[in-house]
Write a protein that binds this ligand. Structure first.
Ligand code: PAF
Length: 281
């Protein structure tokens, strides 16, 4: 497995692989890899001749008061995991290599304004910009993203469509701990008491799924979920919302494919979780 830190050496390797007619899969990450990332890399391994993992804590997707400095990093562990799954290349640039006084950014309107975009107004501009840059550097045939970041996945699919990237975007299922907590690099911020409290997100997902399956309208589904979170003293709701799966706009009736998504603070740590519901029309 090769590790590159510059755009030029990465491009050189990609050019060689393309010359040989090999297919390339990309798994963009911010590192501190867990089983959720491992599932993306495994899927990428199954579907491509060459597997590229990017490990880059992208500064432009963090707001001024967010956790950029504290975001967990362990490149030694990340590279061992990538190697064990059979990745071929890790692209691990410094921020200066990626941005070098950059003035061009990618912004996806409407889809970015709701849900996480309300609390994190610059987040998706940073995500789209870095993902577009990675796409241009790696030129993958396929790129893999987790459904835990469901709004991010919808936005990236829209960016790929609108900007005509010739890349297949593959969404992979949420990976959970045995007790139901969705895997996240940010779970590491939780102390023992908060870790227990964080289970309310999964309980809310289950309550929401039950209410939707029973045919409830959005307001009732949301109420069922809010009650679960409100019963947990360490939890504070940032948002819980039911939106159209494509446009990310709130819906009153569950009469189309929807995403039910939430962000909840457990102490100071903001966690997200979601589930999709397809009406099958
Ligand atoms: O999902 C993430 O880890 C990041 O948002 C991504 C897609 C790697 C862009 O920095």
């Amino acid at each position: 497995m090769k590790v590159t830190t510059t755009i030029s050496e990465t491009r050189e390797q990609i050019r060689e692989w393309k010359k040989e007619g090999l297919t390339i899969g990309l798994v963009p990450t911010m590192g501190y890899l867990h089983e959720g990332h491992a599932s993306l890399i495994e899927k990428c391994r199954q579907e491509n001749d060459r597997v590229v993992v990017s490990v880059f804590v992208n500064p432009t997707q963090f707001g001024p008061n967010e956790d950029l400095e504290d975001y967990p990093r362990d490149f030694g562990r990340d590279s061992a995991l990538c190697e064990s799954i059979g990745a071929d290349l890790i692209f691990h640039p410094e921020p200066e290599e990626m941005y070098d006084h950059a003035c061009a950014f990618v912004n996806i309107h409407t889809l970015s304004e709701n849900l996480c975009g309300k609390t994190r107004p610059i987040h998706f501009k940073g995500v789209c910009t870095v993902v577009a840059k990675l796409f241009n550097i790696v030129q993958p045939d396929n790129a893999y993203f987790g459904q835990k970041d469901a709004q991010q996945l919808a936005i990236i699919k829209k960016m790929v469509k609108d900007l005509n990237f010739d890349i297949r975007i593959v969404g992979c299922p949420i990976v959970r701990e045995a007790d139901g907590l969705a895997k996240s690099s940010r779970n590491t911020y939780l102390n023992e008491e908060e870790r227990k409290a964080a289970l309310c997100l999964h309980r809310a997902v289950l309550a929401g799924q039950e209410a939707i399956s029973a045919g409830c309208e959005s307001a009732q589904v949301l109420r069922a979920m809010e009650q679960v979170i409100e019963a947990e003293p360490l939890a504070k709701i940032d948002y819980i919302s039911i939106v159209d799966a494509l446009t990310m706009q709130p819906v009153e009736k569950v009469d189309r494919d929807v995403l039910t998504a939430m962000a909840v603070y457990i102490g100071k740590t903001r966690l997200i979780d979601n589930f999709s519901y397809e009406v099958g029309i």
